[in-house]
Ligand binder design. Sequence first.
Ligand code: RB5
Length: 145
Amino acid sequence: MIMKLVIAADHGGYDIKEAIKAALTADGHEVLDLGTDNGTDSVDYPAFAKALCAVITEGKATLGILCCGTGIGMSMAANKQKGIRAAVLSDEYSARLTRNHNNANVLCLGGRVVDNEKAVLLARTFVGAEFEGGRHQRRIDMLEA
Ligand code: RB5
């Protein structure tokens, strides 16, 4: 299914952001890029996380991808925003299950943890997986309460 996506990175995640954006755009998705626009100038990941989360909570994109050095800072920042369920991961199983079970709406990846190829694989897996609902919805409701 073609989706509206939003992506952002700090300098540590810039390279994988570019690789993911190119791949998902080639797949036919609409990808809004909030920056940063190079991997050399140091920028602050919380600002990028907050901006991306606003795009999701305002309904302007369905899923988001945040990239920093480890993915950890981005996930911490994103999970402070109401309505955001961000998952930091580096394996394909988790990328699928966090959509299936957690209904994660933001994927966080580390450019110093995964290479471009792995990052693209994880992003495609995340975007292609669906929430299963059922008993998992009850748990999401508890998270949101
Ligand atoms: C920036 O050096 C680095 O701290 C950041 O990209 C990220 O890894 C934080 O979690």
